[in-house]
Design a protein around this ligand. Sequence first.
Ligand SMILES: Nc1nc2c([nH]c(=O)n2[C@H]2C[C@H](O)[C@@H](COP(=O)(O)OP(=O)(O)OP(=O)(O)O)O2)c(=O)[nH]1
Length: 393
Amino acid sequence: MNAAERLGQFVLFELGALPYAFLTSQPTWRTHGARLAELTGVRSGQRLLDVGCGPGESAFGMAERIPGLRVTGLDFSQTMLRIAQARKRFDPAGASVELTQGDALNLSFADGSFDAVTGHSFLYLVPNAIRALSEARRVMRPGARCAFLEPAQIPNSPLLPASMRAQTLRDPRFVASMALWRVVSRRYGRFDVDRFERAFAAAGLRPIEITPTLEGLGVFGVAERPKLAALDDVDWTRWTPTDKATLLFVVRDGQILLIRKKRGLGAGKVNGPGGRLEPGESARACAIREVQEELRVTPTGVTDMGRLRFQFQDGYALEAQVFRADGCIGTATETDEAVPLWTPIDAIPYSEMWADDALWLPRMLEGKRIDGKFIFDGDAMLVHALDVRTPLA
Ligand SMILES: Nc1nc2c([nH]c(=O)n2[C@H]2C[C@H](O)[C@@H](COP(=O)(O)OP(=O)(O)OP(=O)(O)O)O2)c(=O)[nH]1
């Protein structure tokens, strides 16, 4: 960005923040913001990211329309956010909205961490709309939708249609906000069906609907992050798990110590003992602690046998480090977490285990190191890749 562009941004987003907040604090702006949330199909309890939230009118409108929705409003302008913070205190929906400063072209949120992304008058102002949409796609869970309201490209039109000008006395702020929208978007660019479709496609989003609004001055663009269907649909180089967990298999005298899991992820299934890492804990320490907690034994001769990466369709991602032990101290005992199952190695009940276990557990028991990637939809394994290596002596 050159000096003139930086100055333009400062004037628009910092100096202009207060008048902008004044003009956009009106019911029509709020209603359109709320409509954006509805267009994504997001529900109570889910998380929505509103990019370029400005002074927050749309974000508050969404939180009000869908009670229980957890809205994160993001903007890069300190002044806009300061105004939004002040308004949050007295807005009836303020408590459901979290405000954060950030760059929409480089979001600091984890992959798949939102159920919806919205933007009101946002894409037309960012220097790179495709980059902004790609980032939105990354932080959306597969199958989630995004919705944007942008000024529309309408050839040879007057500044405002006569019907809108006629509302000036009744709703001067709304009419003024529309006039400002038209003037600023003449300089920064506008959207139509074609531009939305091209931008969505370039960002890997599937268009759902692109419809005019505001008497033709605005256009809603709604798109979906396609569900995961192939391993390449996940960027494994940037992949960060929501949780890290462990699995540990004690193998002694031709038998393997399995459990019938009583609670947590995969309850009811047969598995190895294991669980999620506590803050600051190493994978090895976690694996040993989980065996102690679940079966009241302490594993000995513990070896790291590799890792498994699970990406779930709903956005949850789990990395599990797998360990093997050649013995344990104590007698495996039932707890409120697990029932111990000493099982002959040739009678492992794979049909009662996670679908992927039949792929890698036999290889691990042959002494091979494993590295697996899996995409799951609930309990169903959709695709997988397994790398098996003979460990160095
Ligand atoms: N064998 C196998 N284990 C899996 C698969 N997917 C998966 O999450 N697991 C394991 C890894 C973890 O040991 C366990 C999930 O952690 P957990 O729910 O037991 O965690 P936790 O003990 O911390 O539970 P909680 O206290 O939070 O309830 O499930 C899989 O596909 N195969």
